[in-house]
Write a protein that binds this ligand. Structure first.
Ligand SMILES: [Fe+2]
Length: 251
């Protein structure tokens, strides 16, 4: 994928109308709801998710919980060191498509993230809500608003024109491969069925790595974050935030 940097044209290609008003608030008519407070303080971040639970609670009983757990089972069994090498080689070619940022955002209108316990709506809503929430908390950090807007664009990997990869190869938290799986990972027990568990050189704390080797030398499970890292069309700090945004066992 090649991202073209140009002035975004905020005009809908469907029946959703989008424009910027005088207060520079993004206004969406009939399309994607971005909650705003009545007091005029801008975006009002919700305190519970779409299912009435607190955010990122993977054990909360909800209609979503079972499918999210099944997703993590698939991901933990299928993401191997060799699989990631193969994906990185294939997608480093960046030969899929050329488009603007906004065109790429609109593609996510067709994408739902099966790993997300908080949302089962198209991902373009997640991009807009993330950007608005960060704009509220950090109004002067425009680079951070942009980071939030684009952080999940790599989920286009789910679409046929980008290879139509399965959900387990695109979304969800990420983790290093080539070393033991950390227990901080969500639904850790499913890693025992991963073929890499049978490779003794991958089963120690450091595995094939060494202290101080640097994160750039660590193979991290393949997905939308690493794909955007390969695209590398922005400053390195934004790219590193995107690449590591789902590396939960690091934090
Ligand atoms: Fe996200």
């Amino acid at each position: 994928m090649t991202i073209l940097i140009e002035k975004p044209e905020l005009v809908s290609q469907s029946d959703c109308q989008i424009h910027v008003d005088e207060s520079k608030e993004l206004v969406l008519d009939g399309g994607f709801p971005v909650p705003k407070s009545l007091s005029g303080e801008g975006f009002l971040a919700p305190e519970v998710n779409s299912f009435g639970n607190s955010f990122r609670d993977y054990n909360a009983e909800s209609e979503r919980q079972k499918s999210v757990e099944e997703f993590y089972k698939q991901q933990h069994v299928n993401q191997t060191y060799d699989f990631v090498q193969k994906m990185r080689e294939e997608y480093s070619k960046l030969n899929r498509m050329e488009m603007s940022i906004w065109e790429c955002c609109e593609l996510l209108n067709e994408v739902v993230d099966d790993s997300d316990p908080d949302l089962d709506e198209p991902q373009i809503q997640h991009l807009l809500q993330s950007a608005e929430a960060i704009r509220k908390d950090y109004p002067n950090e425009d680079w951070l608003h942009l980071t939030a807007l684009i952080h999940d664009l790599g989920k286009v990997l789910l679409l046929p024109k980008f290879g139509g990869l399965p959900q387990w190869a695109v979304v969800g938290d990420t983790f290093p491969l080539g070393c033991a799986f950390d227990e901080a990972n969500i639904h850790h027990r499913y890693f025992k069925e991963n073929p890499d568990c049978n490779n003794p050189s991958y089963n120690t704390k450091n595995g094939i790595y060494w202290d101080g080797c640097g994160l750039d030398n660590v193979t991290i499970s393949w997905g939308h974050d690493d794909y955007m890292y390969l695209v590398r069309f922005l400053t390195i700090i934004i790219i590193i935030i995107i690449k590591l945004s789902k590396f939960i066992s690091l934090s």
